[in-house]
Design a protein around this ligand. Structure first.
Ligand code: SF4
Length: 396
């Protein structure tokens, strides 16, 4: 990565605060039932390797692209959330799937793996703020609002992969589908062939960007349902006129990139090409040169001309890794004020060591399970997505 003023200055103190028992606002809880090794333990790397070796084929470690390098080093496979869930299912010999990612991803892995496999999240506090913005009771209330407005029957729910299993199950029960950032267009086309409107959960930006920039709808075709307001803050007439009903959710990392940053980077770095994730705002993706999921960003940078210059708008751990892996290209982080995904960063080496040593000692810790009914309907929604035509199914 260049030494430009554009390079972010992460705050070590803020990250230190993300450890155990430090976030009373977390919806997932932050306690670990055992004793974590101290982060200062000089033997952590050796301990992780030893515990992994003791477990052998009984464990398969998944590492999301946004994870820290110290964790990625021990991953058997890296990828986006959907690829990782598929990889878990493709390794039935592994008794334990250790998911270095966030809660909704581990839920998806549990849904897609067999009953004999146990999915473990090294830190239960690793939730996703976007997924937490759509609680099942709020979504059910929204559906009642749509029923009262007389539009539920012509509305197809589509949920982004980055949602809880309960929301995926709601979608499955009500005739809808899951989508990823790579197949959102195909999912919306499928949904509009089935109904007149789409309720898009939980990321308003992916929904708006796809509907307007890829399907040719207008911004006026989109309304935002705010679960904190009565009736979502919308009138019956607004609901009846809308084509896209966007849930008022966003990614707390990607929504912070700004169009001003793109303007600044173009002024400061001659010839720079800007690539951003579709969870960024409409203004940001409209100003960028390219839009892509994490896998698309990785392949774009990998295949880019040596000597080319890129400003990337996605999670910082991934951007730093791309800069490190591609020294022949100049790579800058798009936004000074954006930092790591706080919840992704909760999985650190001490938590990974603790999880692996516990499993090697015969103690199943931090297991993520989805109840059978929820898993069934979530699977229905996932299978509808898998039946869609089009490109690979890539996620966050
Ligand atoms: S980057 Fe955004 S969507 Fe992904 S886990 Fe973090 S908060 Fe959730």
């Amino acid at each position: 990565m260049t030494d430009l003023a554009l390079e972010p200055k992460p705050t070590p103190l803020a990250l230190l605060l993300l450890g155990r028992n430090a976030d009373p606002d977390s919806e997932k809880g932050v306690e670990c039932p055992g004793s974590l090794p101290p982060a200062s333990d000089p033997d952590l790397v050796q301990r992780a390797a030893a515990a992994k070796a003791r477990l052998g084929d009984r464990v398969f470690i998944l590492g999301h692209h946004y994870q820290r390098n110290e964790v990625i080093e021990f991953a058997d496979v890296t990828g986006d959330s959907f690829k990782l869930a598929q990889q878990a299912a493709a390794h039935p010999e592994a008794e334990y799937i250790v998911f270095c990612g966030v809660h909704f991803m581990a839920e998806s892995a549990d849904i897609l793996t067999s009953d004999s496999q146990q999915v473990v999240l090294p830190d239960m506090a690793a939730g996703c703020s976007m997924a937490d913005m759509a609680e099942i009771s709020q979504v059910e209330e929204c559906w009642r609002v749509l029923q009262e407005a007389g539009v539920a029957e012509v509305t197809v729910p589509v949920t982004y992969m980055n949602s809880t299993a309960a929301i995926k199950a709601f979608t499955g029960r009500n005739g809808g589908s899951v989508c990823t950032s790579s197949n959102a267009k195909a999912s919306l086309e499928w949904a509009f062939a089935k109904g007149e409107k789409v309720l898009f959960l939980p990321d308003q930006h992916l929904g708006r960007n796809t509907a307007v920039l890829e399907l040719g709808l207008s911004l006026d075709d989109c309304v935002i349902y705010n679960p904190r307001l009565p009736g979502g803050g919308l009138t019956t007439d607004q609901l009846r006129a809308a084509k896209m009903i966007l849930w008022r959710g966003h990614c707390s990392v990607h929504a912070r990139f700004t169009a001003k940053s793109i303007q600044d980077v173009r002024e400061q770095v001659p010839g720079v090409q800007v690539i951003v994730h579709p969870e960024c705002t409409y203004e940001v993706v409209s100003a960028a040169d390219a839009i892509g999921s994490t896998e698309v960003i990785i392949s774009t940078i990998t295949n880019a001309e040596p000597g080319s210059t890129w400003a990337i708008g996605t999670e910082l751990n991934l951007v730093q890794r791309l800069a490190q892996d591609h020294p022949d290209k100049q790579i800058v982080f798009l936004e000074k004020s954006v930092c790591f995904c706080a919840t992704m960063n909760r999985i650190d080496l001490p938590h990974l060591v603790w999880a692996l040593e516990s499993l090697a000692d015969g103690n199943l810790v931090n297991q993520i399970t989805v109840d059978p009914d929820t898993a069934h309907w979530a699977r229905v929604a996932l299978d509808r997505m898998l039946a869609l035509p089009g490109p690979t199914h890539r996620a966050d």
